[in-house]
Design a protein around this ligand. Structure first.
Ligand code: S3P
Length: 159
């Protein structure tokens, strides 16, 4: 399996879809699958059940994935040591965006429960995640100012 990891707004879903077209294999968006299973949106999962519940569903789904898949993960999948360990068995690409890029892209986003707080809190959460992505990834691609086609090309070079 190929996993795309990175912060919210780094382009994991877009790139996973493109990559799956090029490599002719199925892709899965973990958040979409959780939404389907729970019958509600991610913000609703957070509001109704809390983050701990969401993380449990995310970890459970990760364990169940199998086959030749391209997986777009949720940005927080690396928070759990168990998930990080599970990811080491796979080809994991980190789509790295700068805080500025993420901020610009998420400015209009109303559907991310953890894109919250003031700018210091956002920056802090972003900084805390960075080393976790780096720890798990085999390849790292800087995505600022690159279009999806370029990013897909770079991933293909890593394979
Ligand atoms: C999260 C990222 C979201 C989603 C949830 C939590 C996070 O996914 O899983 O809101 O903790 O970074 P995206 O990275 O697809 O936005």
């Amino acid at each position: 399996m190929i996993f795309l990891i990175g912060y919210m707004g780094s382009g994991k879903s877009t790139i996973a879809k493109r990559l799956s077209e090029v490599l002719q294999c199925t892709y899965i968006e973990m958040d979409e699958e959780i939404e389907r299973r729970e019958g509600m949106t991610i913000p609703e999962v957070f509001t109704n059940h809390g983050e701990t519940f969401f993380r449990a569903k995310e970890s459970q789904l990760l364990k169940e994935l199998e086959g030749e898949l391209i997986v777009s993960t949720g940005g927080g999948v690396v928070l759990s040591a168990e998930n990080r360990q599970a990811l080491t068995d796979h080809f994991v690409i980190y789509l790295e965006a700068s805080f500025k890029t993420i901020q610009d892209r998420l400015a209009q986003s109303g559907n991310r429960p953890l894109w919250s707080g003031d700018s210091n809190e956002k920056q802090k959460r972003f900084n805390e995640r960075k080393p976790l992505y780096e720890k798990v990834a085999i390849g790292r691609i800087l995505v600022d100012d690159k279009d999806p086609a370029m990013i897909v090309e770079e991933i293909l070079l890593c394979l």
